[in-house]
Every structure is written in structure tokens, then in C-alpha cells.
Design a protein around this ligand. Structure first.
Ligand code: HEC
Ligand code: HEC
Ligand code: HEC
Length: 123
């Protein structure tokens, strides 16, 4: 006879092995060893740890500022001004979205609708 307890135990372990990285990814931030170095610039809009946590909020506020207020200039905490643009500014430094944003999001099981309208690469 099959040992039901062992099968269920085995399945539970399998689930942990498969899903564990996803949970850890969403809880602690995705591992980024595999992410390409920015192609330009040495400082993000905010410090790295802030960006990891807050980039969705930052992007939403950028969108709001452009679409509602026509404000296209963002002053960084260090006083430098950058143009508010997902493709020109973020991807100007980070390169192709397929190799940066998407890599991380795939691990975190996030899918963005943004690319239906926004270019995934700065021309
Ligand atoms: C249906 C099309 C559409 C989708 C989907 C969309 N946007 Fe936009 N977005 C626009 C348009 C149009 C503008 C205004 C462009 C302008 O005036 O330069 C804009 C402006 C922006 C801006 C400021 C200007 C710029 O070029 O970056 C940001 C940032 C932005 N959107 C982020 C996002 C993010 C993040 C997502 C996904 C969560 C998203 N958008 C999804 C159409 C879209
Ligand atoms: C002037 C160049 C520059 C611009 C513009 C820029 N970044 Fe960055 N970004 C960086 C650098 C440099 C790092 C740190 C990478 C490192 O430490 O290896 C970084 C880190 C990040 C990280 C964390 C990645 C990691 O390895 O932990 C995210 C997420 C991110 N940026 C998103 C964005 C978004 C979204 C925008 C636009 C709102 C943006 N960046 C604009 C240069 C830039
Ligand atoms: C270090 C890994 C990492 C990188 C790199 C990264 N993201 Fe994210 N992103 C995440 C994670 C994790 C989430 C989901 C959890 C959260 O909201 O913080 C997320 C969520 C988002 C969301 C909100 C999605 C939603 O449905 O609410 C947007 C918008 C977004 N990222 C845009 C970008 C863009 C644009 C880039 C590239 C310029 C980028 N991200 C690069 C990890 C990353």
C-alpha cells in the first residue's frame, strides 16, 4: 500500500523547494547578482536599497507629475536634476528593460502592463 503521509510530506517539501525562492523574492527583495550593471551613470535616483523597495511608488509619482501637472523635472536628493522619463532616464542608465526590469520581475512573478505603451529600450 502507498504511504499517504509520506507522499503528502514529499509534496509539501517539493512545494517549498519550488515556491520558496518566490516567497523569499517577494519578502526580501530579489537576488540581483545576475542583473547587468547600469550602462551609464553611477548613482540611481535614490540610494539602491530605497530603489529596491520604492521604485513602484517613485514611478507612480513620476507618472502623476507628468500626466497631471506637466512637471518633467525631478530633483534628486543630491540636488541633481533629471528628466522625468521611464524610458529616457531609467533605461538610459539601466539599458534594456528585458535585461534589467524583466529579469527581476520574473523572479518575483510580477508582470508589468507599462510596456504596452512605454518603449523597453532607449533609442
Ligand atoms: C495605455 C498606455 C500606458 C500604459 C499602460 C502606461 N503608461 Fe505611462 N504614460 C502613458 C502616456 C501617454 C504618458 C504621457 C507621456 C508624456 O506626456 O510624455 C505616460 C507617462 C508616464 C510617465 C512619465 C513620462 C515618461 O515618459 O516616463 C511615467 C514615469 C509612466 N508613464 C510610468 C508608467 C508605468 C510605471 C506604467 C506601468 C505601471 C505605465 N506608465 C503604464 C501611457 C501609458
Ligand atoms: C544615472 C543613472 C541611473 C538612473 C537615471 C537610474 N538608475 Fe537605477 N540604478 C543606478 C545604479 C548605479 C544603481 C546601483 C546598482 C549597483 O549598486 O550595482 C541602480 C539601482 C537600481 C535598482 C536596484 C537594483 C539592484 O541591483 O539592487 C533599481 C530597482 C533601479 N535602479 C531602478 C531604477 C528606476 C525605476 C529608475 C528610473 C525611475 C532608475 N533606476 C534610474 C543608476 C541609475
Ligand atoms: C531588484 C529587483 C527589481 C528590479 C531591478 C526592478 N524591479 Fe520593479 N519590482 C520588483 C519587485 C519585487 C516588485 C513587486 C513588489 C513591490 O511592489 O515592491 C516590483 C514591482 C514593480 C512595479 C509595480 C507593479 C505592480 O503591478 O504594482 C513597477 C511599476 C515596477 N516594478 C517597475 C520597474 C521598472 C520600470 C524597472 C526597470 C527600470 C524595475 N521595476 C526594476 C523588483 C524589481
Amino acid at each position: 500500500m502507498l504511504d499517504g503521509g509520506r507522499i503528502i510530506g514529499g509534496l509539501a517539501i517539493l512545494c517549498l523547494v519550488v515556491a520558496g525562492p518566490l516567497w523569499l523574492g517577494s519578502a526580501r527583495g530579489v537576488k540581483t547578482e545576475a542583473l547587468p550593471k547600469p550602462v551609464a551613470g553611477d548613482r540611481c535616483i535614490e540610494p539602491r536599497e530605497e530603489m529596491r523597495k520604492n521604485h513602484p511608488t517613485l514611478l507612480a509619482s513620476w507618472r502623476e507629475r507628468v500626466v497631471r501637472f506637466g512637471d518633467r523635472v525631478h530633483e534628486k536628493p543630491d540636488g541633481h536634476a533629471v528628466r522625468i522619463s521611464l524610458t529616457e532616464t531609467c533605461l538610459g542608465c539601466h539599458g534594456k528593460a528585458t535585461e534589467f526590469c524583466d529579469k527581476c520581475h520574473a523572479q518575483a512573478a510580477v508582470t508589468l502592463s507599462c510596456w504596452q505603451c512605454h518603449a523597453k529600450e532607449r533609442k
